[in-house]
Design a protein around this ligand. Structure first.
Ligand code: ATP
Ligand code: MG
Length: 445
C-alpha cells in the first residue's frame, strides 16, 4: 500500500475527549471515528487490526474443533421471553419495534438464538458434542460507555456455545475453550490471566474471566504473580485429549487468581507474600458452564444412549474482539505511539523514503514494496513528499513493528536500514536482505 493513496487521517493534536492512552492513540492514528456515544466507525487502519484479530480468533476456534456460523444482530423478543431474560436483562438491552408492532432487540448475546437453532436440528446424542460460534456485533446500552472501543455500546464479540450430552463432556468443552483462548491471546502478544469470576446475567457456577493487567482496566483481580509467567508457547495440543486439555487448564488455574467478586482473603493469605498481587485488568474474555439453564426452559433436548429425552448441557464463551484492539495498545505502546505485536499488526512493515523524487531512492522503495508483496506480506510505503521527521513520526505513531528506511546516501553503498519499533535498534543491510529478514520474522505467523 502506498500511503499517498491510502486513507490514514492521523491527528496532530491530542483529542481532549480521550482519557486513556489506547483511546487517544486510536484516534490519533486514524483508526476509529466516534459516531455516537459508544458507537464507532472503524477507519481503514483500525479495520485492518480488527480483521487480523478476528482471523486469529477464527483460526484458534477452528483448531479447537468449534464451528463458525453467523447469526443476525436483531433478534425476536419472543425467544427471550422463553428463557425469561426479556424482562431480566434490563436497560442494557436495546428494544426495537418494527412496522408490524413486533418486538425485536439488538442482541447483547446469543444464548437463546443458538438454543433455538439447536432444538430445530439436533435430536440425538450421536450428533454431539457440538460447539458453534460466531463473530458478530453486539449492542449493550451501557450506562457509561467510555475509553473508546474498550467499553462501547456497539462492539464486536466472538461468542461460542457448546452442546454436550452430560456435565463431564461440557466441562471438557469448557477446558477446550480455556486453552484455545490462552493460545489466542498469546498470539496477539498478550498475557491474559484466567481468573475465577462471578457469572452475572449469563448464569452458572463455573466461570473464568481473562484479564490483561493494566492500570486503566475496569476489573479488579487478586493473583499470585507467578501466573503471569506461564506460557503455552508452541506446545502441541490435541483438543480431543481430555486429560491433556485438563492438565493445561490446571497448570494455568492452580495458582491463586480471582476477580474481586470471588476473592477469598483466607486463600489469598496462603500465597507467599512476595507473590501476592492485587491489580486492575481489562476483561478480554469470559467462559461459562451453565448446564441446562437454557436447554431446559427452551426444550433443547436430545435422546441419550438409553433412549431417554434429556436437556443438553451447555456453556457459552466470549472474546471481546473490538475491546482487544484497545487492550493490546494499553499493553504495548510508548510515548511516540502504538507498538503492534507482529501477530496483529495492520501492515507487516513500513517503508520510509527519505528523499521522495530521487530516482534511485524511489526505484529502491518500489522494488522493496514489490519484493515484500511477492513474499505474501503487506508493506505500507510512505511515498509522500514530506520531511523525514514527519514520516518517522507517522510510522512511530501507527506502530508498525518494522521499518525499512531508504535514502540516497545508504543506497550509494547498497544499503537500507531496518529498524525495530520496539527496541529502536537499526541495522544496515542490502534491500534483498531486509526483505528476507522481514519474511523470516513473519514466516511462522
Ligand atoms: P464487562 O464486565 O466488561 O461489562 P461482561 O462481563 O458484561 O463485560 P461478557 O458478557 O462476559 O461481558 O462478554 C464477553 C466479552 O465481551 C467480555 O469479556 C469483553 O471482553 C467484551 N465486552 C463486554 N462488554 C463490552 C463492551 N461494552 N464493549 C466492548 N467489549 C465488551
Ligand atoms: Mg464477562
Amino acid at each position: 500500500m502506498r500511503l499517498s493513496r491510502y486513507f490514514l487521517p492521523v491527528l496532530k493534536e491530542n483529542p481532549a475527549e480521550a482519557q486513556i492512552v489506547s483511546h487517544r492513540l486510536m484516534l490519533r492514528a486514524g483508526m476509529i471515528k466516534q459516531q455516537a456515544a459508544g458507537i464507532y466507525s472503524w477507519l481503514p487502519l483500525g479495520y485492518r487490526v480488527l480483521r487480523r484479530i478476528e482471523e486469529i480468533v477464527h483460526e484458534e476456534q477452528i483448531r479447537a474443533g468449534h464451528i463458525p456460523l453467523l447469526m443476525p444482530t436483531l433478534q425476536p423478543a419472543d425467544l427471550w421471553r422463553e428463557s425469561g431474560r426479556y424482562d431480566d436483562y434490563g436497560q442494557e438491552m436495546l428494544r426495537i419495534r418494527d412496522r408490524h408492532e413486533r418486538d425485536l432487540l439488538y442482541g447483547p448475546t446469543n444464548e437463546e438464538m443458538i438454543t433455538d437453532i439447536f432444538r430445530a436440528h439436533v435430536e440425538s446424542y450421536r450428533q454431539l458434542p457440538l460447539t458453534l460460534y460466531h463473530i458478530q456485533w453486539k449492542f449493550r446500552d451501557e450506562v457509561r460507555p467510555r475509553f473508546g472501543v474498550m467499553r462501547g455500546r456497539e462492539f464486536l464479540m466472538k461468542d461460542g456455545y457448546n452442546f454436550d450430552i452430560d456435565r463431564d463432556s461440557a466441562l471438557h468443552a469448557y477446558n477446550r475453550h480455556m486453552v484455545s483462548y490462552l493460545r489466542t491471546y498469546e498470539r496477539m502478544g498478550l498475557t491474559a490471566i484466567p481468573m475465577r469470576a462471578a457469572s452475572g446475567p449469563i448464569g452458572g457456577d463455573d466461570t473464568h474471566e481473562f484479564l490483561v493487567l493494566a492500570a486503566t482496566g475496569e476489573s479488579e483481580g487478586f493473583y499470585d504473580d507467578r501466573v503471569t509467567r506461564l506460557k503455552l508457547g508452541d506446545r502441541q495440543i490435541d483438543y480431543d485429549d481430555r486429560a491433556q486439555v485438563k492438565a493445561v487448564c490446571e497448570e494455568f488455574t492452580s495458582l491463586y487468581a480471582r476477580t474481586d467478586e470471588t476473592h477469598d482473603e483466607a486463600a489469598f493469605a496462603a500465597v507467599p507474600e512476595e507473590h501476592r498481587k492485587a491489580g486492575r485488568g481489562i476483561e478480554v474474555g469470559q467462559i461459562f458452564y451453565f448446564g441446562t439453564k437454557y436447554s431446559e426452559p427452551m426444550g433443547a433436548m436430545v435422546v441419550n444412549e438409553r433412549g431417554e429425552r434429556v436437556p443438553v448441557h451447555m456453556g457459552s464463551h466470549g472474546i471481546g474482539v473490538s475491546r482487544l484492539v484497545g487492550a493490546i495498545i494499553e499493553a504495548s505502546h510508548d510515548e511516540k505511539g502504538i507498538i503492534w505485536p507482529e501477530g496483529v499488526t495492520p501492515f507487516h512493515c513500513g517503508i520510509v523514503n527519505l528523499r521522495q523524487g530521487d530516482g534511485a531512492a524511489d526505484a529502491a522503495c518500489e522494488a522493496l514494496h514489490a519484493g515484500l508483496v511477492a513474499r505474501g506480506l503487506a508493506p505500507l510505503y510512505d511515498d509522500r513528499d514530506e520531511r523525514a521527521g514527519a514520516k518517522f513520526a507517522t510510522m512511530d505513531l501507527i506502530g508498525l513493528p518494522w521499518r525499512i528506511t531508504v535514502g540516497p546516501r545508504g543506497l550509494a553503498e547498497g544499503r537500507v536500514e531496518l529498524t525495530s519499533r520496539r527496541t529502536g535498534e537499526s541495522e544496515a543491510m542490502s534491500p534483498e536482505a531486509a526483505v528476507d529478514r522481514i519474511a523470516q520474522i513473519y514466516a511462522d505467523r
